[in-house]
Ligand binder design. Structure first.
Ligand code: AMP
Length: 220
């Protein structure tokens, strides 16, 4: 099973993606997390990716596609979070899946108004343990103990690219490169959109429930 999480930065692709992975036993493949890990380990890929990520730009398609295909070869049921982000990436994925006799079950597109994205992303913190990858929000979804991950007890850190300037650039990049994927997957008959109200107390639960209903509907 292949699920794609689509949506602007800060719409909750990772958080909702985690819940979906638990429910359907999928491997969570988050390209941003992989790049951040490569940057931390100062690998050649990390150094290259950092040139773009630090400015809020996209890592070039050929680098990203090769990296994702390498990972997909080792995985069976996958949730893709943050990939594809361009039409070229979507075409490469389609070709890869065709070659391997695999299908996309659903593309879940999370909609959050821009002003809410900026608010929410500015107060996001993530777990420093890459195996965990949990994400919190100091205003909307705080951890039980300040600065500590509920799931694994590791310290929480702020992402370097979660500052207002870089977020604005990431939103520009999203509208230019990634939003066209909404039409692309609509035409493929795979698009399922969920409108999110970040001010609900149980936004995460409500959104997860909607996503599960969508996936179950497509599996039956
Ligand atoms: P994310 O954690 O998904 O918000 O990704 C953080 C950053 O990693 C993005 O702003 C991009 O610079 C880079 N990145 C993640 N996924 C991709 C992708 N599919 N294509 C190009 N760049 C990506």
């Amino acid at each position: 099973m292949y699920i794609i999480m689509l949506g602007a930065p800060g719409t909750g692709k990772g958080t909702i993606g985690n819940e979906i992975c638990e429910k359907y036993n999928l491997t969570h493949l988050a390209t941003g997390d992989i790049f951040r890990d490569e940057i931390k380990r100062e690998t050649p890929l990390g150094k290259k990716a950092n040139e773009y990520i630090s400015k809020g730009e996209l890592v070039p398609d050929e680098v990203t596609i090769a990296m994702v295909e390498g990972k997909l070869n080792e995985m069976k049921d996958v949730l893709l979070d943050g990939f594809p982000r361009t039409i070229a990436q979507a075409e490469a994925l389609k070709e890869y899946l065709n070659k391997n006799n695999k299908n996309i079950t659903a593309v879940i597109n999370l909609n959050v108004p821009d002003e809410d994205i900026i608010k929410r992303t500015s107060s996001r913190v993530i777990c420093s343990n890459k195996e965990c990858g949990a994400s919190y929000n100091t205003i909307f979804m705080p951890p039980k103990v300040e600065g500590i991950c509920d799931k694994c007890g590791s310290p929480l850190i702020k992402r370097k690219d979660d500052n207002p300037e870089t977020i604005k650039e990431r939103l520009n990049v999203y509208y230019k490169n990634t939003q066209p994927l909404i039409d692309y997957y609509e035409k493929e008959g795979l698009l399922e959109s969920i409108d999110i109200n970040i001010y609900l107390e149980n936004t995460k639960e409500v959104t997860t429930e909607k996503a599960i209903k969508i996936i179950d509907g497509r599996l039956n």
